[in-house]
Design a protein around this ligand. Structure first.
Ligand code: SF4
Length: 588
């Protein structure tokens, strides 16, 4: 199988096309980004300096007919955590890279001249990828909703776009890498960990792909691959959460609002309570009903990227029926809503739109705003003031720069002790005091606080893949370890969206189907039982990088306030022992 590593050197704007080294042949997505980071990036380097690298890798099955698998992993040493980082997004950009047989795109170096930005266009020349560096200054300092149409005008409607907004240009520690969705919106983000700042530090504004004529992904065993994707598709089409007009397709990920709120694990007003009195007003059900009212018809959700069966991505419409934004995800809805005490969906939608426009991660933006609210910069619940503060980030004012550098930075700037971060990255929308397993994932993940790296919410809250009492600490270290290892491979390395987990945890043939797909593409003979070790290998590499960067066990802890401040309504603290936390990686 011919595949390449494509390297862009931004110091002199040259490129190299290299054969894929043998040890990388069976990797993809996070497995590959984390391996290249481990092999090539000095753990002690400055994340925004010349020795960091930004790596893009499509998943193993990305670009094939495997359902819900159009993901690209983005990796680097994180400016937010100081450790290894992988963040992934769904976009047509991912299969386009895979179709050109680029197993990884590695962006290296940085220009000496400051303030000038570049875009790179990669097209297929009949035999190999062809690379062109072009000035991008005309797009700098602008709203991405203004810039994307200009790029499509210039490069054609089939172009696939990755890039940064002003947040990345300002080198904010909260800046994501944006990708286009199916309707050419700048709305799909590899948001976490400040990877947009790494791209900005290399003066790279956009990477535009044109896959026309590209050969597509080679499949070693087509019959096995076909058997695999059909098994997965059947599982996705039959599970209540993932099937057409099922939970996610109807209500989006915000279906979780009422459920997690009911469980008392919905962080509210900067993690001061686990229930939000306005939850029902911002829930997925409210989004569906209000859209129906405003549009005069039921609106089911759409796919963010080619080949998705689940189709969870929503749009929110204004009172006059025009589209306001896509997508009001659960995490965004929570971070910019409940966590800031805001219960108005029009305000939340505008905050999401501004994050998309400026290139910010919605989770980190919302948690930074909430910390600022606690400090008295604005009142909890004041949506209009929150919108003003997001504009400060977009303008790069001194206050905007504080907020744009994330939750921990904001807490330090204002002397707020309730800073809900692990390894410098803010927690997402599940309260670890009320849902212990996810707290263990937050504490021990190589990524900083990250729900996607070990989503124990499935059994703890949704009774998917078994049933676990969220308030109990019993057996949760091993649960988190198993979820972290499995996720690192079955979702993040294969290129599938994490949301296939709802179906494949309950339907064994779906899980087998993913392994069949991988074996079909690679010509391997992995079994379902190999998945945990395949994932563990990735985690061990990431852990070793973090240790070499200076992390110790003390970094695998939740913030202190969660140990002494009881969380209403259950009035519980985070009571998982340090020994249990250390056992997660101790046994990997
Ligand atoms: S399930 Fe949702 S987030 Fe995942 S690929 Fe499909 S539309 Fe995108």
């Amino acid at each position: 199988m011919i595949m390449w590593i494509l390297r862009l050197d931004m110091s002199d704007r040259t490129h190299r096309v290299e054969d894929v080294p043998e040890p990388y042949r069976l990797l993809g997505g996070r497995g590959l980004t984390s391996t290249i980071i481990s092999d090539e990036i000095p753990p002690g380097c400055h994340p925004l300096g010349p020795n960091n690298k930004l790596i893009f890798a499509p998943g193993i099955v990305t670009g094939t007919p495997a359902p819900t698998s159009a993901r690209v992993s983005v990796g680097a040493k994180s400016p937010l955590t100081g450790g290894i980082k992988e963040s992934n997004a769904g976009s047509g950009w991912a299969p386009a890279l895979a179709a050109m047989r680029i197993k990884a795109l590695v962006v290296e170096g940085q220009p000496e001249e400051k303030g000038k930005f570049w875009l790179v266009r990669i097209a297929w020349n009949g035999e190999t990828p062809e690379v062109e560096f072009l000035p991008a200054d005309e797009y700098v300092g602008k709203d991405l909703y203004e810039v994307f149409p200009q790029l499509y005008e210039r490069f054609g409607k089939r172009a696939q776009i990755a890039g940064i907004g002003v947040a990345g240009e300002y080198l904010y520690r909260n800046s994501g890498v944006v990708f286009n969705d199916m309707a050419r919106r700048p709305s799909r983000y590899a948001g976490r960990g400040g990877l947009g700042a790494v791209m900005g530090s290399k003066a790279l504004k956009f990477v535009i792909l044109d896959r026309q004529g590209a050969p597509g992904v080679e499949i070693a065993n087509k019959a096995l691959f076909d058997q695999g994707w059909k098994k997965l598709a059947d599982a996705l089409r039959s599970h209540a959460i993932t099937k057409p007009k099922g939970g996610l397709n109807t209500y989006g990920t915000a279906i979780l609002v009422n459920i997690v709120n009911e469980a008392g694990g919905f962080p509210t007003r900067n993690f001061s309570t686990g229930r939000f009195e306005g939850a029902a007003k911002i829930a997925g059900e409210a989004i569906f009903e209000e859209n129906k009212e405003r549009l005069g018809r039921e609106l089911y959700n759409h796919a963010c990227s080619p080949g998705c069966i689940i189709r969870c991505s929503n749009t929110w419409h204004r009172a006059d029926g025009t589209e306001h934004v896509s997508c009001v995800e659960y995490e965004s809805d929570w971070a910019l809503g409940a966590n800031c005490g805001i219960d108005d969906l029009d305000d939340i939608a505008e905050l999401v739109r501004l994050c998309n426009a400026y290139g910010l991660d919605t989770i980190e933006a919302g948690t930074a705003l909430a910390v600022a609210m606690e400090a008295g910069v604005a009142d909890f619940g004041d949506g209009q003031k929150a919108i003003e503060l997001l504009h400060e980030m977009g303008k790069g004012t001194p206050l905007g720069r504080i907020l744009g550098n994330g939750t921990d930075f904001t807490a330090k700037a204002f002397g707020v002790t309730r800073s809900p971060v692990v390894k410098g990255q803010s927690m997402p929308a599940y309260e670890p005091r009320a849902i212990k397993g996810i707290g263990i994932t937050y504490a021990t993940s190589t990524m900083g606080a990250d729900h996607t790296s070990g989503y124990t919410i499935a059994p703890e809250i949704l009774s998917v893949g078994g049933e676990q009492d969220p308030l109990s600490t019993e057996g949760k270290a091993s649960l988190s370890r198993a979820f972290q290892a499995t996720t690192a491979y079955i979702a993040d390395t294969t290129g599938h969206c994490l949301f296939i987990a709802f179906a494949i945890l309950d339907i064994a043939s779906g899980f087998e189907g993913v392994v069949d797909e991988v074996n079909g593409v690679l010509g391997t003979e992995y079994s379902v039982d190999d998945v945990v070790e395949l994932g563990s290998k990735i985690l061990r590499k990431e852990r070793a990088f973090n240790e070499a960067a200076g992390f110790t066990k003390a970094d695998d802890r939740l913030p202190e306030f969660m140990k002494y401040e009881p969380l209403p309504p259950h009035d519980v603290v985070f009571d998982v022992s340090d020994e249990a936390l250390d056992a997660v990686y101790g046994e990997l």
